[in-house]
Design a binder for this molecule. Structure first.
Ligand SMILES: Cc1cc2nc3c(=O)[nH]c(=O)nc-3n(C[C@H](O)[C@H](O)[C@H](O)COP(=O)(O)OP(=O)(O)OC[C@H]3O[C@@H](n4cnc5c(N)ncnc54)[C@H](O)[C@@H]3O)c2cc1C
Length: 412
């Protein structure tokens, strides 16, 4: 095991996106900084496993290319991004309906208009909402009055059919909140990101994002398998080793941060995720596939190898099923039973690859939701992570950068 230093300007605890972003900012200003990571690899919640030649992200996740922080921190070209089709395939009674953004997929606009997913007025309301979020900047959205997503959708005039068949599986799936209790502010931010950019997967898996950040920061200053056990202003303990420092940066997930800092814990959103392999894909589309009943247990799924062929060995296909809110029970059987209602008996021939049960996928973001929480706690203690901003890749990167800048300013 690499030897830990006795003293550095800053110690960052956690090599997720926020910790790596913070460390990069501190290093940029010529301060000595190390990153401690409890796990055996970087990335935190953005990690990827290789299983029998399949690329399995730890939970179904996508990169929204419109996230503003990406251009500040990530070399997007190097990720070799593979794009989902914009819109979704809604499954109901075993039948697929395409719902696309007519501005981006004019070819399929007519199919969207006749899709049995909400009325024509619902579809016109979607266009109006799209226009609204695209013409408001994020600050204005985040300062508007806050209510839950479901109440906001009703007040926009959407029918229950549209909410259950489209918004619940799509946004309940993205926000891991099937009840749509999440803040309207967050819903509009995500809707804006979906409207302004694309959903993508790096060819080598989502872990390519933190791996790129770690490589640029320098692996020699990242200590894997080293869990911080105690912090105080001025030092961090890793088991029986004490590291002296001017700045302690807690860049862990929210439950661990609240334990280390003795602050209030925010409830976690949970999600189950099941991967299958198939010889023949159940659809050739590159859409996210939504549960048009809105009842789950699978709220959304995708044939990932249609989007990124590198996710499966040649001649094979990779299917992911996401079960937001569900982490107990036989998730494989639940997924097969549900997907059989979409795609019939072929589902029984699929090989189960792996099931993930994620107990902390993100912090709850109930209204009134106020991101951009302070990152400096005084006495040389700092905190960052998605729980200080929005529960997303964007939020983690942004909070990490803000935190790194605050640390660097405190060290001059
Ligand atoms: C299944 C799933 C799907 C998602 N889908 C999307 C999506 O599609 N789009 C999107 O934008 N976001 C998505 N997210 C959310 C996004 O991944 C997170 O918001 C973001 O990665 C959080 O980064 P972070 O750095 O704040 O925290 P984390 O990634 O949790 O990093 C914290 C790190 O701290 C380490 N750590 C904890 N305790 C200690 C300790 N005591 N000592 C040392 N190290 C410690 C942990 O091991 C971890 O590596 C998803 C998340 C999940 C789980």
């Amino acid at each position: 095991m690499k030897q830990l230093p006795d003293r550095v300007d800053a110690v960052v605890i956690g090599a997720g996106l926020a910790g790596l972003a913070a460390a990069r900012e501190i290093k940029k200003r010529n301060r000595s900084v190390i990153v401690l990571e409890a796990q055996d690899g970087v990335g935190g919640r953005v990690r990827t496993d290789k299983v029998d030649g399949y690329v399995l992200d730890r939970g179904f996740q996508v990169l929204l290319t419109a996230y503003p922080e990406l251009k500040n921190q990530i070399d997007m070209r190097a990720l070799d991004l593979k794009m989902f089709s914009s819109g979704a395939l809604v499954m109901r009674d075993g039948k697929p309906s395409v719902v696309t953004d007519p501005f981006r997929e004019p070819r399929r606009a007519a199919a969207t208009v006749v899709a049995p997913v909400g009325s024509l007025s619902d579809k016109m309301r979607i266009a109006a909402l799209r226009w609204r979020v695209m013409h408001r900047d994020a600050t204005r959205i985040l300062n508007s009055p806050d209510i839950s997503t479901v109440v906001a959708l009703r007040s926009f005039g959407f029918s229950s059919k549209m909410i259950d068949r489209f918004f619940r599986p799509l946004f309940g799936g993205i926000q891991l909140d099937p009840d749509l209790r999440t803040s309207r502010r967050m819903f509009e931010i995500i809707f804006k990101s979906l409207s302004e950019g694309q959903s993508a997967l790096p060819a080598k898996g989502m872990s390519a994002i933190p791996e790129q950040m770690a490589k640029n920061f320098g692996a020699e200053n990242i200590f894997l398998g080293r869990r911080a056990t105690k912090i105080e202003p001025g030092f961090v303990d890793v088991a029986d080793t004490r590291i002296g420092t001017n700045a302690v940066v807690v860049a862990t997930d929210q439950p661990t941060a609240s334990e280390l800092l003795n602050t209030r814990e925010i409830a976690s959103r949970v999600v189950g995720c099941v991967y299958f392999s198939a010889d023949t894909p159940p659809t050739k589309e590159k859409f996210v596939v939504l549960d048009g009943t809105g009842q789950g247990p699978v709220l959304n799924a995708a044939v990932l190898s249609n989007v990124a062929p590198s996710y499966a060995p040649a001649g094979k296909h990779l299917i992911v099923a996401a079960l937001p809110g569900i982490i107990t029970g036989d998730l494989e059987t639940m997924s097969r039973d549900h997907l059989r209602t979409w795609w019939g008996p072929q589902v029984d021939g699929w090989r189960h690859l792996k099931t993930y049960r994620i107990t902390h996928a993100g912090p709850e973001q109930l209204p009134p939701f106020n991101p951009k929480q302070k990152v400096s706690l005084g006495n040389g203690l700092f905190v960052c992570g998605d729980h200080r901003d929005t529960g997303s890749i964007q939020g983690a990167l942004y909070s990490g950068r803000r935190c790194g800048e605050a640390v660097a300013a405190s060290l001059v």
